[in-house]
Design a protein around this ligand. Sequence first.
Ligand code: HEM
Length: 45
Amino acid sequence: MNTLVDNVVSGMGGMPPYGLCMDCNAEQFRQLIRFMATPAEAEGQ
Ligand code: HEM
């Protein structure tokens, strides 16, 4: 998770730094990554 957040902040390949969200903080990136990594049927579990 820390590596994924670092890669979002720094930018990676075709992804721009901060994923273009300059106002987002690390905790918000963690929550977004957790959301993206959670299958829809498992949401809320
Ligand atoms: C806040 C919004 C975003 C978050 C949280 C996010 C998150 C991530 C994460 C966790 C990865 C995987 C990094 C890794 O493999 O270590 C990734 C990869 C990637 N993202 Fe994003 N992303 C965001 C916005 C964007 C946007 C706006 C774009 C395009 C304009 C983008 C394009 C990409 C691409 C192309 C990759 C693959 C990078 C590579 O492996 O070369 N992302 N993103």
